[in-house]
Every structure is written in structure tokens, then in C-alpha cells.
Design a protein around this ligand. Sequence first.
Ligand code: SAM
Length: 258
Amino acid sequence: MKKLILKFYKELIFKLKKKIDLDLKKLNLNSLNELFNHFETDKGSAVKNPYSKNKDNLDKSLIGHGYAEFYEFHFSYLKNKEIKLLEIGTWKGGSIASFHHYFSKAIIFCLDRNYKFQFKSSRINFFNCNTRNINELKKFENLLIKKKSENLDIIIDDASHIYSDILNNFKIFFKKVKSGGFYVIEDLNHYKYYSHLNDSSSDSLGIEEILKLLKNGQIFKSSTLDEEFQNYCFNNILDISIHKGIQDDSYIAFIKKK
Ligand SMILES: C[S@@+](CC[C@H](N)C(=O)[O-])C[C@H]1O[C@@H](n2cnc3c(N)ncnc32)[C@H](O)[C@@H]1O
């Protein structure tokens, strides 16, 4: 009960919060990297550490994964198409604001378990959801049905980067990608660099290994991805490319559906 009241309260505060209206924002930035840097998402090549807690902004070091070139490589042909895009893990919305400008006709869905999202637009649908919570996922699915958007062109997982979350999200959301569409996993190797993200067991396969096996149609043992899902992947994955960005830990996977 206490939890429900708290959620209701947070939802109310979020609804009342003043947001930046992206439909009114005219920008002269065309490349995705410029947009990523402008809206300060670490998908860009040169952003001040967006997660720095230093309020005086003393932490001026430039960081960024440099993922724009890979997004442009796979998606530039969709720039002016009426696509549907979902990002899981949007935080303040820097990447969503960039995609809103880049994909000028896209209908965008955003999922996050917190309420830090700062933007609004007639093309953006923010939904508060923890992907570990089945009830919240069900509600999100109902929203997609209501918006006639059960299948999406692009789904991006930029949420926790925890090993098990990456696999669980893939299992839940890959089926929602349209034929010919893409499922993107950002920072897929972070769990190897940061121990708090690594909840795999000693005999678990690495994420890259799993993707290779799925691409090659080889069955493997996994507590998350059962045989039925693996078979679904064998029948539905056309290609998987893994790209290396700027930082040591910058890896991104683009999984194309048949
Ligand atoms: C790396 S940030 C997202 C950054 C954003 N995509 C950008 O480029 O600016 C990760 C976000 O994932 C969210 N997140 C983590 N675990 C989640 C979960 N289980 N369900 C929903 N959101 C989650 C966090 O609340 C956080 O806002």
C-alpha cells in the first residue's frame, strides 16, 4: 500500500513537472553525433560526464562512447521515415531528444523505472516501468496495443547493463521488433568491467558468445534463454554486428531481424 501511494505521488509530481517541449525546439544540428553531444548523452563522442554528481561542474572531463557513427551506419536511411522506436532506460532523455530530432517522423516510446525524464513532444510517449516487474510490463504492453504499436522498427536497451537484465530484456523485447527491424544492446560488455553489473555465474556464457551462438543457430545451456526462445532467434535473426566505440568499455550490438 505504502509503495502504491509513493508511486502515485511520484507519478503526480512527474505529470506536473515542467518539461522541455521538443516540438518547439528548432536546431541546426544534423548529425546524430552533434545531437548526442548537444543533449549530453554518453552515446556522443564528447560530452561532460553526464552522471557526475559534482554540482559545480568541476568535472569537465569529456567522455562518450562514440556510438553515433554506428547508429548512422545502420539507420540513416530511416531518418525521414515514419518509424517506431523504443528505448529502454532513458534517464533524463538526452538520447530520446536526439532521436526525436534525427528521426523527424518517428513515434518514440521510452521506458524507465525512474521519473527523471525532462522532455515532451506529441511524438514521445514516456512510460514509467521497471522491466523486472511483470505487472508494469503488462501495462506497457497494453499501452503499445492501445497505440497500435505492438511491433517496433528499433528497440534499444540502454538500461542497467546488468548481465541478467540484458538477457531478460532481450527475451522480452526482441519479439516486439518488426521484421527487418533492429534490436540494439548498448554497453553489452560493461558487466566485464564493473563487478556490480556482473551477476553471471562462473559457468555462464558471455553476452558476446551468446550472440554468436544465436547467430550461428547453435543451441546452448542458459537459465534465461530457453530452447524455445533460442529457436525463435535462429528463425528470426538475420545478422548481428558488434561495434567498438571510443572508450575501452564501449561496445554496442545491432541485431537485425529477418
Ligand atoms: C545509462 S542510463 C540511460 C541513459 C540514456 N539512454 C541516455 O542515453 O542519456 C540508464 C537508465 O536505465 C534505467 N534502468 C535501469 N534498470 C532499469 C529497469 N530494470 N527498468 C527500467 N529502467 C531501468 C535507469 O533508471 C537509468 O535511468
